[in-house]
Design a protein around this ligand. Sequence first.
Ligand SMILES: Cc1cc2nc3c(=O)[nH]c(=O)nc-3n(C[C@H](O)[C@H](O)[C@H](O)COP(=O)(O)OP(=O)(O)OC[C@H]3O[C@@H](n4cnc5c(N)ncnc54)[C@H](O)[C@@H]3O)c2cc1C
Length: 515
Amino acid sequence: MMTRVDPIESLSAGRDRRDRAIVIGAGLGGLAAAMRLGAKGYRVTVIDRLDVPGGRGSAIRQDGHRFDLGPTIVTVPQLYRELWAACGRDFDKDVELRSLDPFYEIRWPDGTKFVAQQDTGKLRAEVAKLAPGDVAGFDKFLDDSARRYWFGFEDLGRRSMHRLLDLIKVLPTFARLRADRSVYAHAASRVKDEKLRMALSFHPLFIGGDPLHVTSMYILVAYLEKEFGVHYAMGGIAGMAEAMGRVINDQGGTLLMETEVDEIVIRDGVTTGVRLASGLEMGADVVVSNADAGHTYDRLLRNHKRRRWTSKRLARTRYSMSLFVWYFGTKGTRGDWQDVGHHTILNGPRYTGLLKDIFIRGKLCDDMSLYVHRPSVTDPGVAPEGDDSFYVLSPVPHLGHDNGVDWATEEPRYKEKMLKVLEDQLLPGLRDKISTEVVFTPETFRDRYLSPFGAGFSIEPRILQSAWFRPHNVSEEAKGLYLVGAGTHPGAGVPGVISTAEVLSQLVPDPEVVR
Ligand SMILES: Cc1cc2nc3c(=O)[nH]c(=O)nc-3n(C[C@H](O)[C@H](O)[C@H](O)COP(=O)(O)OP(=O)(O)OC[C@H]3O[C@@H](n4cnc5c(N)ncnc54)[C@H](O)[C@@H]3O)c2cc1C
C-alpha cells in the first residue's frame, strides 16, 4: 500500500532534516525522478491530482477488469534495471517482465500481414513475403537504425541538452545521419513497398510523432526492439508504477495523491515551493515538474515573467496528436478470435493521407488505423475467468485545430465506426460480447492529465522541437526548478520519460544535510 500523507504532516515531516524536493506529477517520469532524488538523499514528496500513481501509465478497474490506460509495450528493459539499481534495488524482484515474440502483428484490409519478431531470418522472410525486392533495403534500414540508436538513445538521450553548445557539438552528427529527414522519408529511401514503408515508419506514433515529420533519428526503434525485445510488465504498467511508489516510500518519500498544484512559488528568481489548489503552500529546496511542460509554464508559472517559454511561444508550439481509446471487456471470449494476439495494428485503407488529416489538417476521418491491445492472452489476471480485456486506440486530431471536433456528439458515432472496423476485420461478433466499457476522447486527456489541447504525448517531436529546442530538464525561468516527462528532453514514451529522470539526476546538486 502507498503511504498517503496529510499535507500539513508533510510540511513538517517530523524530524527528517534532509533537503526537501517536491515532484509535481506521479507520471512514470515523475516517479522515476522521485526515485533518483530519493537515491541522492532528498526527502521527496510527489504530488498528483489523480487517486493513483502512473499518470498515463495508470489503470482503472471496472466489473472485474483491469484496464491499463496507456503504455503496453515495454522496451529497453535495462533502463528500468539501471533505475532500480541506482536506488540500491533489484528491478526483477519488484516487477516481472514477460518477453513477447512475435512482438506484434500488422494487418491490412486486403488480408496481408506482417509479423514483427526478434529473429532476423524470420523477419527477413516476412519482408520477402511482402516485397521480395526490398530485403536488401531492409537490411540497410536495420543498420541505419542501429547507428541512430547508439547516438540518439545511448548518447544524446541520456544527457542534458540545455546549453546551446550541447546542440552545436552534435550538429555535424545530425547532418551526417540526416536528422532533418523524416522517419517515413528514410524508410522510403530504403524500401519501395508502401506497406513495408508503413511497417518501418509507424513507431513514432507511440510517442506522438507524425512519421511524415518526426526526425529520422526515431528509426532507432527498429534496432531497439530487435536487440532488446518487446516485453509486457505482468500486472500492467500500472503495477510497475505502484512498484516505483513503494521504492519512494521505502526511501522515506511520500506520495500525496488527489492533490492539485496550482502554482510554483518563485521568490527573487528562486523556486521556493508550490501552492496547492487548496491554497496551502509547501516549501522545497528543489521543485521538479512532471506536469506537461506546456501546463507547467503556461499555468503553474502564470504569475512569473518568463523569458523563453512565454505564452506566445507556447501557442506556436506544435503538440502531438490526441487519441480516442475504447477500453472494453468481453464475456466468455477467451477461446474466441484465436488468431488475435497481444498486440495488433490494424491498418485502414490510407496511411500518409490519414496522417496528414490527423496531424496537419486536424480532420476527424471516417477511415481509421487502429492499435488493438489484448493483454488477457498474456496476463489472464486482467479479466474475470474466461473473459478478455481489450483496448483499441485510434490516433485523432488534438483539440487545438481550427476545425475543432464536438466530442460530445462525435463520441458515440466514432465508437460505432470503430466497432464496424473491428467486427469486419478482426473480432467478428464483437458487439454482442461486450460486457463493460470506458471511452477516453481528447477531452479526457485534457481534463484527466491537464494535457494542453488534449494531446496524447505532449509536444510533438519534430526536429525543431527536439533536444536543445525542447523544454530543458533544468528550467531557465527560475533557479531550483527542473522538468521531467514527455514534453522535455529526450521526450515521450516510457523509455523517454525514464531517461528524463536520469538526465535530471545529473543536473540536480546533491542535497545539503541540515544540522
Ligand atoms: C494510450 C497510450 C498508449 C501508450 N503506449 C505506449 C507504449 O506502449 N509504450 C511506451 O513506451 N509509451 C507509450 N505511451 C506513452 C507514455 O505513456 C507516456 O509518454 C508517458 O507515460 C508519459 O509520462 P510522463 O512522465 O510524461 O507523465 P504523465 O503520464 O503525463 O503524468 C503526468 C502526471 O502529472 C499530473 N499532473 C499534471 N498537472 C498537475 C498539477 N497541476 N497538480 C498535480 N498533478 C498534476 C497528472 O495527473 C499526471 O498523473 C502511451 C501513451 C498513451 C496515452
